[in-house]
Design a protein. Structure first.
Length: 273
């Protein structure tokens, strides 16, 4: 019998030859957010390797949404065409499907590339090189991280539209699937976890309230994404904080909420970091 790993699978209109998926891997190799020859070779080789679905690294909705200055983005026509070059190669030279992971770093943005961290995880850029950060509340991700600005409703509207624009650009760029990043303490995750969300309005407090904005973004992206193409959402399974943060029971409720909002797949990494 064929092992389940190698059986075909179909979700919405996307048919996969097997169930092998290449996970997103931040490579920190872009200039001004643009994928270039390096990324063409990287993703092209992965597509040729036999996996049925290849995820991109977290691709950011604006320059200020990046984790580092070397992260990829999809906020202009130039970025869209650079993405199209990669998907065209993958589709022409392999049977692999391509998934674009879309995200906003939020309070974890404006950091150095990992090889420059030294002994400090997610070490921030020198102050002169930092850009303003947004988050659910004005709480730094770590003790040495810059303090982000608590998002106003206007900020939320802007970032929601940036996610919608990214989804629409992903269509033009030829991606078969998208994933909304709401894990690891990035922007949408910062709304979900009570460790970073201490708002006193309708977007803070209960889990239902903390999910309100991420669900708005999810529904808007799903509406902008073709109905025959699947969409996934990435969440954190647990914050690993005693008596605080997202728990396993919360993660189940979060997954169900995103499923109702239109997610076909829930990707569940272990924790916020």
């Amino acid at each position: 019998a064929v092992p389940p790993m190698f059986l075909p699978w179909k979700i919405r209109g996307m048919a996969l030859n097997n169930r092998v998926v290449v996970s997103p891997m931040c490579m920190y190799s872009a200039t001004d957010g643009l994928p270039d020859d390096w990324h063409l070779v990287h993703y092209g080789a992965l597509a040729k390797g036999g996996a049925a679905l290849v995820y991109t690294e977290m691709t950011n909705v604006s320059p200020e949404a990046r984790i580092t200055p070397s992260c990829t983005g999809i906020w202009s026509d130039e970025h869209t065409q650079a993405g199209r070059r990669i998907t065209d190669f993958a589709h022409q030279q392999s049977s692999a499907k391509m998934a674009l992971q879309i995200g906003h770093a939020g309070p974890k943005g404006a950091t150095l590339e990992p090889w420059a961290w030294g002994d400090t995880l997610d070490a921030p850029l020198p102050e002169a090189a930092q850009w303003p950060l947004l988050s659910a509340s004005a709480i730094p991700f770590d003790s040495y991280s810059p303090v982000p600005q608590a998002m106003t409703r206007a900020d939320m509207d802007t970032v929601l539209q940036q996610h919608v624009d990214a989804a629409e650009r992903a269509v033009t760029a030829g991606f078969d699937m998208i994933e909304m990043h709401a894990a690891h303490g990035y922007l949408l995750s910062a709304f979900i976890t009570p460790l970073l969300n201490q708002r006193d309005d309708e977007y803070g407090g209960s889990l239902e309230n903390r999910l309100r904005y991420p669900l708005e973004v999810c529904r808007a992206m799903r509406a902008a994404w073709p109905t025959d193409r699947p969409m996934s959402v990435r969440i954190s399974a647990h914050d690993w904080m005693a008596d605080a943060g997202v728990t396993e029971a919360d993660a189940l409720a979060i997954a169900k909420a995103f499923s109702v909002a239109g997610a076909d797949i829930i990707t569940v990494p272990s924790r916020m970091t």
